[in-house]
Design a protein around this ligand. Structure first.
Ligand SMILES: [Zn+2]
Length: 148
């Protein structure tokens, strides 16, 4: 595992922070082609989901679930992608990504080669909706996990 000192998730927020607690933070990745791309980043520098206790795993999945529910309710995407990879940055984080059939990577993953040109009008329309999504997420996280 990469050491703590050289880990980007330990040293920086890596995205727009929506909510932060003791155990984890919620960020919106600033992804150009997939704007509704959120991450739960565990605070401690651990690599694997099974490095967490059972209660911590439940809390982490609660967070992932809250994001998915909020994205579905607010954005009605064609699909939600959940992923925890960590091959590049072995510090536990979950990706929660709202996907559309028209997005640049569909039907491939967010880490694949782009399949088509991005529709800039659709991206702009989606970006315009994100401040309300971020606010709803912050409210849901504060209600579930405590004040920001
Ligand atoms: Zn780390």
């Amino acid at each position: 595992m990469a050491d703590h000192a050289s880990c980007p998730l330990c040293s920086t927020d890596v995205g727009h922070v929506i909510w932060r607690g003791a155990d984890f933070r919620l960020i919106r990745a600033e992804d150009v082609l997939l704007p509704a791309f959120y991450r739960v980043v565990w605070t401690a520098h651990v690599a694997e989901f099974t490095d967490l206790t059972a209660l911590q795993r439940m809390s982490c999945m609660d967070a992932v679930t809250l994001i998915e529910q909020t994205l579905r309710a607010r954005l009605q995407p064609d699909k939600i992608n959940l992923a925890s990879l960590g091959n590049v940055v072995p510090h536990l984080h979950w990706h929660v990504i709202a996907r559309w059939r028209t997005d640049a990577y569909w039907p491939q993953s967010a880490w694949s080669a782009a399949q088509r040109e991005a529709d800039t009008a659709q991206l702009d329309a989606l970006r315009a909706r994100l401040p309300a999504v971020d606010a709803a997420l912050a409210e849901a996280f504060s209600a579930r996990f405590g004040a920001n």
